[in-house]
Design a protein around this ligand. Structure first.
Ligand code: ADP
Length: 538
């Protein structure tokens, strides 16, 4: 039914069954197809084999890598299932425990290598649903018994073992030999214990407080602190607050402080320290000195009483002289008053000039008595030392007045004054300086008379230096031996029959309150010189 082809196109054809080539027979055809199939299969088989070989190589490499990782890990790894049956151990686990892989495999707690089963990490055996992921890994310090019976301190870290489907299927234990760490920990603990023992042997309250925004915390402190001030930073702070002295540029300070809230005296040393982490702490050493302060106060009171007695003794000894001194102007006053009565009573006319002259004399004598009494009162009055800026000339003048009483009491004694023309102002308590001079003059007078020395002159000498005036009381009496000099200023040392031995020790106490010392030396040509200094004031 096809249209006839155009004449330019000719159609050729042939019968394939009759083809002379490969398709000539069906057997050959099937053989060819089979070969083709075999060729293709061989190709794919080869490809698959190569892929398998690569997978195998990779698996081998991974296995080797895993082995070398396992071999390189120094920590022991033990993996268990949820019943704590050991399913895996690495070589280090076998080294630490001394048991082979086979000996450990399948074991359940208590494992043969756990020395102390009482510290079994029991939490791990509990309900897995109650695990606290935030607490992983659990840490335990355990004692492991090696197969050869040696014991090791081990740090054990335990974490849950999850499958690739995130299912909790067991536990991974990592154990590390902690012996060296625990040895060094023991050494550290020993060092801390020795340090604490040292601190406890100190009889002061030692404490360190740290200053944080949240408050002040008590850190290291010794037993003495706990006994005296308790277990908080309060005691440290109370003492610190009572100290009004500022810290020096090096961050430390020292003081003796009275703590109101504790009603005690403390001698304290404080240092502010910045620790390597940048936090600030204050170290305080506080020694309770309340008893010492009480003793000091008692000693001071005693010294004051001694000084007082010494002064009163001097006055008592001089009482007859004083009476005599006052008696003289009193007799004169009586005489002048009687003359005045006579002049006014008998004369028809009052001679104003004559009466005035008599009254002037009376006033003069009364003034003399007043001066003597004032001097004695000032001398006898008990006062605490008050250093003031006073003209030395005034002190010497008042001494001269009292010196006259001594000259009268000790017959033959003459006091001379070797003074520069101008005397400076000095820092002193004038009455106390007079007391020293009077004591020294009286001692010299007694020594001279007792020894029967011919030279009965006592010299009061002032030598003005750049910053100080040196005051001397020198005599040509019997002198003082070196052995005696050693105990001269000791209270109650006396060579006199009725001597109290308080004079020189009192003078020394007064000299010390004037920041000087009373010294004794031999006088040229025999006798003794007592010396002390007074600071010059502008
Ligand atoms: P007292 O006068 O009560 O003995 P002091 O302390 O004043 O006590 O003196 C102690 C001793 O020092 C005196 O007993 C005396 O032996 C000796 N002494 C003091 N001054 C002199 C002096 N200028 N010359 C010699 N001996 C002195």
């Amino acid at each position: 039914a096809a249209d006839p082809l155009p004449p330019s196109i000719q159609l050729y054809g042939c019968n394939i069954v009759e083809s002379p080539l490969i398709f000539a027979s069906p057997l050959i055809y099937w053989l060819g197809a089979l070969m083709l199939f075999l060729l293709i299969s061989l190709f794919f088989l080869n490809k698959e084999m190569r892929k398998n070989q690569a997978d195998l190589d990779r698996a081998n490499r991974e296995l080797e890598l895993r082995r070398s990782i396992e071999d390189s890990i120094s920590s022991a790894i033990v993996i268990t299932d949820l019943e704590n049956k050991i399913v895996y151990t690495n070589p280090a686990a076998q080294v630490i425990t001394g048991y082979s892989e086979d000996e450990l495999q399948g074991k359940t707690p208590p494992y043969p290598f756990w020395a102390d089963t009482s510290v079994l990490p029991a939490t791990l055996l509990g309900d897995p649903s109650k695990l606290d992921p935030a607490a992983f890994p659990y840490r335990f310090d355990l004692l492991v018994r090696h197969k050869d019976d040696e014991q090791l301190n081990v740090l054990l870290l335990a974490t849950p073992f999850y499958s690739s489907y995130n299912e909790h299927i067991g536990w991974i234990y990592m154990m590390r030999d902690n012996t060296i760490e625990s040895q060094s920990m023991n050494l550290t603990n020993d060092a801390i214990a020795s340090y604490q023992r040292l601190l406890n042997s100190v009889m002061s309250c030692i404490s360190v407080v740290s200053h944080k925004p949240t408050g002040t915390m008590l850190g290291i402190h010794n037993d003495h602190y706990t006994e005296q001030l308790g277990n908080t930073a309060d005691g440290h702070l109370a003492i610190s607050r009572a100290c009004k002295i500022p810290f020096n540029p090096q961050g430390s300070r020292e003081a003796e402080v009275w703590v109101d809230s504790l009603e005690r005296w403390f001698s304290i040393t404080e240092a502010r320290v910045t620790l390597p982490g940048g936090s600030h702490v204050t170290l305080q050493s506080a020694q309770d000195i309340t008893q010492r302060k009480i003793n000091e106060k008692e000693l001071e009171d005693q010294t004051n009483r001694m000084e007082n007695s010494s002064r009163l003794i001097t006055l008592g000894e001089m009482a007859s002289t004083i009476t005599h001194e006052i008696n003289q102007p009193l007799t004169a006053i009586t005489a002048y008053a009687n003359t005045a009565i006579e002049v006014i009573g008998n004369a028809p006319e009052v001679n104003r000039g004559q009466v005035l002259e008599i009254y002037k004399k009376i006033a003069n004598q009364a003034g003399r008595i007043d001066k003597i009494i004032k001097n004695i009162r000032a001398f006898a009055k008990r006062r605490p030392t008050t250093l003031e800026n006073v003209p030395l000339a005034n002190v010497i003048n008042d001494t001269q007045e009292l010196g006259k009483l001594i000259e009268k009491k000790y017959a033959g004694i003459r006091i001379i004054y070797e003074l520069p023309k101008v005397l400076p102002n000095v820092l002193c308590d004038p009455v106390q300086i007079m007391q020293i001079l009077m004591n020294l003059i009286r001692n010299a007078a007694e020594a001279i008379l007792e020894a029967g020395c011919t030279d009965r002159t006592i010299a009061v000498i002032a030598k003005v230096g750049a910053n100080e005036v040196e005051l001397q009381v020198a005599d040509h009496g019997p002198g003082i031996s070196d052995t005696m000099k050693a105990s001269l200023f000791t209270p109650f040392f006396s060579t006199k029959k009725n001597g109290l031995g308080l004079g020189l020790s009192t003078c020394q106490t007064i000299a010390e309150s004037h920041n000087t010392r009373l010294r004794v030396r031999d006088n040229e040509g025999g006798g003794t010189v007592f010396v002390f200094d007074l600071k010059i004031c502008s």
